[in-house]
Design a protein around this ligand. Structure first.
Ligand code: COA
Ligand code: AMP
Length: 626
């Protein structure tokens, strides 16, 4: 039975301390808080100040103590290797405690950082929870990033050690992580003390004097107990794209994070203890942190970890197979994954091979869900398909069509209504609140809800500059959109230079910085262009240095490789256009809005795509005229 949305939302805004203190009863504390919301140092608000807890204890041990040790905590399924593994809560706790012992023996203690660079295998989750058990701060780096990106994160987080897998598996190719890790450590100024390497049979890494084999380290390890930490201590840092090549280290704490995520399981996703929850994402993204690892386990659900793609491994029925095999009740993916399935299997034939009788709700997020994809999925699955909107910074939904709260009918194209704790407004450029239907910057009145980032790692000033300065008193989400008269939010685009590629967030500024290092490039600009599958992909406009005579194909090929090498394949950078000049202001600033408009689908009868030469020609012509 869904709970009343309106009253929950109103209470959370009018009496936030009372509301969240009540939700905090869902968490086991070592010591209660002195104050629910510490407002003594604005704009740095802290939830549950003075309280102590351990997040790993809340995710594992307490369920065992409550008699649920034999319940499955984790199902692992790899479409890439065919491996399947099940861990009960007791088994998972034992593995985590033992690996915490390994980390502790290497000197990792409360507050130390540990970088985790791993593919989608249970050991990634085990390493994360082992850090949480010790009160250490993990920072997971997505496997699709190249050595330089990893090096930037190593330098910023200054980890005591790195935990890595020997390789990741992508369709048709093995991604060797170890050479990338070695190169990153070579580049980085802050060298970690050692690296613990999980050897995968598909490609065993060559070890050097800095490396310790995961399995060997376990041999003489002793299990480590949970270390009590402050609610306000950091649990993890997750780097995300900003406007420059320097990623932002988004920090999430222990107390508010545990309270909020535990609350979302029942209220946003409509799941409870014993339900099976699957987030088809990667532990390298915030979705993986919140809903492969922490949310489901905090709530005592069984979580599913899947290594593979929605299509091609072996076919577009793989998601339905996983849902059926593990009795998944609720699943979460990005619309781009559904578009990929639809493209391969438009009539949903492959679904008919699987029993989805346990399946209740499909959630989507990561990018705007186009109404066509939403309606197709709903028709196919015969269950509610609920879009919700959130960010690395918030760790959970700012707005949602919820399964556990009565948010009402689903309006296609909308991300739903503001969730409790999030006082969302739409502002115009001057900072005035817009009436319903007005499109502007989507902001949230401070303080943000528990679980949201209290700051950026070692960068309080950047936190204020990036998110709080433009509209004092509000958190600027970086998204533009509108709210209708019924309170439904429509998220339309970003207000900054961030683009969303296949549900992955990328900085156009970071790609530009890499392109600018090419010897023939005088200047460049990157913007997102419509892509049928990935929503958007990056598109570069390159101006060559005077006198450079190159064929466009050669040059583009080189720049594509450059971006792959420096940022990683995940940037999905494939197309660049050589142009004579870029549109600029009189003072010489590149007119990014003009560039964005040039590739914006709304300005064409058919949205321009990167593969259409006629459209590219038209863009070039318009650019010439701009
Ligand atoms: N390690 C190494 N390389 C990786 C990687 C990883 N963990 N993840 C992706 N890559 C590589 C891919 O192999 C691909 O390389 P290629 O250019 O050599 O083919 C490139 O990065 C782009 O990857 P991706 O964007 O995943 O494209 P794809 O064509 O392989 O797959 C989709 C397309 C739609 C199936 C895929 O993007 C998808 O499942 N998206 C869902 C995203 C998601 O879960 N987002 C999280 C928010 S919910
Ligand atoms: P990330 O921090 O990588 O999770 O990316 C967050 C960004 O993805 C948001 O700021 C939005 O731009 C976009 N996004 C996420 N979910 C949605 C959604 N449901 N609808 C529209 N945009 C979304």
């Amino acid at each position: 039975m869904a709970k009343d949305y309106e009253s929950a939302f109103r209470r959370s805004i009018e009496s936030p301390e009372e509301f969240w203190a009540e939700q905090a009863e869902g968490i086991s504390w070592d010591k209660p808080w002195d104050t629910v919301l510490d407002e003594s140092n604005p704009p740095f608000y802290r939830w549950f100040a003075g309280a102590r807890l351990n997040t790993c204890y809340n995710a594992l041990d307490r369920h065992i103590e409550a008699g649920r040790g034999d319940q499955p905590a984790l199902y692992f399924d790899s479409a890439m290797t065919g491996a399947k593994r099940k861990y009960t809560f007791s088994e998972l706790r034992d593995e985590v405690a033992l690996f915490a012992g390994v980390l502790s023996r290497q000197g990792v203690a409360r507050g130390d950082r540990v970088i985790i660079y791993m593919p989608m295998v249970p050991e990634a989750l085990i390493a994360m929870l082992a850090c949480a058990r010790l009160g250490a701060v993990h920072s997971v780096v997505f496997g699709g990033f190249a050595a330089r990106e990893l090096a930037t994160r190593i330098d910023d987080a200054a980890p005591r050690l790195v935990v890595a897998g020997s390789c990741g598996l992508e369709p048709g190719r093995i991604v060797e992580y170890k050479p990338l890790l070695d190169e990153a450590i070579e580049i980085a100024a802050n060298k970690p003390g050692c690296c613990i390497i999980l050897q995968r049979d598909e490609c065993r890494a060559e070890m050097n004097e800095r490396d310790i084999d995961w399995q060997e380290a376990l041999q003489d390890a002793t299990p480590h107990d949970c270390v009590s930490v402050e609610a306000t201590d950091p649990l993890y840092i997750l780097y995300t794209s900003g406007t420059t090549g320097q990623p932002k280290g988004v920090v999430h704490d222990n107390g508010g994070h545990a309270v909020a995520l535990n609350w979302t399981m029942e209220n946003v996703y409509g799941v409870g203890t014993g339900d099976v929850f699957w987030a088809a994402s990667d532990v390298g993204w915030v979705v993986g942190h919140s809903y492969i690892v922490y949310g489901p386990l905090l709530r005592g659900c069984t979580t599913v970890m899947f290594e593979g793609k929605p299509v091609g491994t072996p076919d577009a029925g793989e998601f339905w197979r996983v849902i059926a095999d593990y009795g998944v009740n609720v699943m979460f993916t990005a619309p781009t994954a559904i578009r990929a399935i639809r493209r391969e299997d438009p009539s949903g034939e492959l679904l008919r091979h699987h029993d989805l009788s346990q399946y209740r709700t499909q959630f989507v997020a990561g990018e705007r869900c186009d109404p066509e994809t939403l309606l197709w999925t709903r028709e196919l699955l015969g269950v509610p398909v609920l879009d919700h909107w959130w960010q690395t910074e918030t760790a959970w939904a700012i707005a949602a069509n919820a399964a556990g709260l009565t948010t009402g009918e689903v309006k296609a194209g909308s991300a739903g209504k503001a969730m409790p704790g999030w006082d969302v407004c739409i502002l115009d450029d001057e900072g005035s609140e817009l009436p319903p239907g007005g499109q502007g910057a989507v902001v949230c009145r401070l303080p943000m809800a528990p679980g949201a980032f209290p700051t950026l790692w070692n960068a309080d000033d950047r936190f204020i500059d990036s998110y709080l300065n433009e509209f004092p008193g509000y958190y600027q989400t970086g998204d533009a959109g509108l709210m209708d008269e019924d309170g439904y939010l429509y998220i339309m685009s970003r207000t900054d230079d961030v683009i969303n590629v296949a549900g992955h967030r990328l900085s156009t500024g970071a790609i530009e910085e890499v392109l600018a290092t090419h010897t023939d490039v005088a200047e460049c600009a990157v913007t997102g262009i419509h892509d049928e599958l990935k929503g958007q992909v990056p598109m570069a406009f390159l101006v060559l240095k005077a006198g450079v005579e190159r064929t466009e194909a050669d040059l583009v090929g080189e720049t594509v490789q450059l971006v792959r090498d420096k940022i990683g394949p995940v940037a999905a950078f494939r197309k660049a256009l050589v142009v004579k000049r870029l549109p600029k202001t009189r003072s010489g600033k590149i007119l990014r809005r003009t560039l964005r408009n040039l590739v914006d689908g709304d300005n064409y009868s058919v949205p321009p795509t990167i593969d259409d030469p006629a459209i590219l020609q038209e863009i070039e012509d318009r650019l010439g005229a701009a």
